[in-house]
Design a binder for this molecule. Structure first.
Ligand SMILES: C[S@@+](CC[C@H](N)C(=O)[O-])C[C@H]1O[C@@H](n2cnc3c(N)ncnc32)[C@H](O)[C@@H]1O
Length: 367
């Protein structure tokens, strides 16, 4: 089995966190091994002691369960390349993976300055490599094949060759969604919520859970990038912040501005969504979101957790525990992800289980 490694792409500077969570997942699966995660490299590589157990582990672990990984690839050991023939060793490594047909061929590199310097090389190499793969009997079937083929360059003469499952791997090369900045959105932060909705809800399901006529509260809304995402989908939004909200947004008639403390704000009626981008301690925000769900103040929430410089992984574990405590005995779904548009932060999605009735506790005062 050549795809014995688990290769994780991440934001440069978060290799340690990526390593911590893959180590925890391996331990939970009873797989022993070690992680190579050079600081600022933009990736981590889990290497098993026992290749068979590792292959089982790599097949069982899902990208959606990982916070810091942008993509998860079952990969070969490093493939050395000759500067005058990169195609032959890559083709040999691709054939050794097993499948004869792939959904796509992605030539990738770490999301770092060093990685970006490899872009020209991969652009030139791509057509030659594709021809070489086809000549070796590998076909590409966008509709039927289950795996994507990844060639991840860690330098100009070294790469890993691997595959990711089309059904649960990231659908974007390098795990990066290239979202266009909407010209009328009041802040770049709007892209964070746009990406969160794609990652946590998905394009196909969005219309069902974010529909015109629904309601939302945006805590820490100024200047209004997140509110803009909700309003443009037809929601009525209460934007809570002492700071100003974009005038054009207010003119839509869909947005009400409340100059209040988001930590103590209580909605007059239950809302479909509570989103929160307040700069506050992660545990405070995690508890707040869980309380909104527990009290039936909202059905779903997306919130951003600003991470401290140290012990970020531990901080997230603490947030998970706080949410579990607040929602003990209730059904809920929780996912966390460091999105491409997140910096020293991660974004979380918390939802009451669909069958769970909303137990609306009337707030002490109305808004
Ligand atoms: C990162 S900005 C939000 C950007 C916004 N999501 C956007 O897309 O334009 C954080 C905001 O949280 C607000 N904030 C921080 N603490 C708050 C609190 N306790 N109550 C209300 N707003 C708060 C700040 O005033 C600031 O405008």
């Amino acid at each position: 089995m050549t795809a014995s490694r688990t290769l994780l792409y991440c934001r440069a500077g978060f290799e340690r966190e990526c390593a911590q969570e893959i180590t925890a997942a391996a331990q939970a699966a009873g797989v022993e091994g070690f992680v190579k995660a050079r600081p600022a490299s933009g990736f981590a590589l889990f290497e098993p002691h026992d290749a068979d157990a590792s292959a089982r582990f790599a097949s069982s672990i899902a990208l959606r369960e990982l916070v810091f990984a942008r993509q998860l690839v079952r990969a070969s050991p490093m493939v050395p390349l000759a500067a005058d023939d990169r195609v032959a060793p890559i083709v040999a490594a691709a054939r050794a993976l097993g499948p004869a047909s792939f959904r796509a061929l992605w030539l990738e590199m770490p999301d770092t300055n060093e990685g970006k310097a490899l872009a020209a090389l991969t652009r030139t190499l791509a057509p030659h490599l594709e021809r070489g793969l086809r000549a070796a009997g590998i076909t590409f079937d966008e509709a039927a094949a289950k795996e994507r083929l990844h060639v991840f360059f860690v330098g100009s003469v070294a790469c890993h060759v691997g595959m990711s499952r089309a059904r649960d791997g990231s659908p974007w090369p390098m795990g990066i969604p290239r979202l266009r900045m909407p010209s009328s959105a009041p802040s770049r932060s709007t892209l964070k919520l746009a990406e969160a909705l794609l990652v946590f809800v998905g394009e196909d399901a969005l219309a069902g859970v974010l529909a015109p006529g629904m309601t939302a509260v945006d805590l820490g809304a100024s200047p209004g990038g997140w509110t803009w995402q909700l309003a443009r989908r037809g929601l009525m939004v209460t934007a809570v912040d002492n700071g100003a909200i974009d005038a054009a947004l207010l003119e839509t008639g869909q947005v009400r501005h409340r100059r209040e403390d988001g930590l103590h704000f209580q909605p007059a009626e239950p809302v479909d969504w509570m989103v929160c981008d307040m700069v506050e301690s992660p545990s405070r925000i995690a508890r707040l979101a869980a309380q909104w769900i527990a009290r039936g103040w909202c059905r779903r929430s997306i919130f951003n957790l600003k991470l401290p410089m140290k012990k970020r992984w531990e901080e997230l574990e603490r947030c998970r525990a706080l949410i579990a405590e607040e929602l003990s005995g209730r059904g809920y779904a929780l996912r966390m992800k460091q999105l491409y548009h997140d910096r020293e932060e991660v974004t979380a999605y918390l939802a009451a289980r669909a069958k769970e009735p909303l137990h609306w506790k009337r707030p002490r005062r109305t808004s």
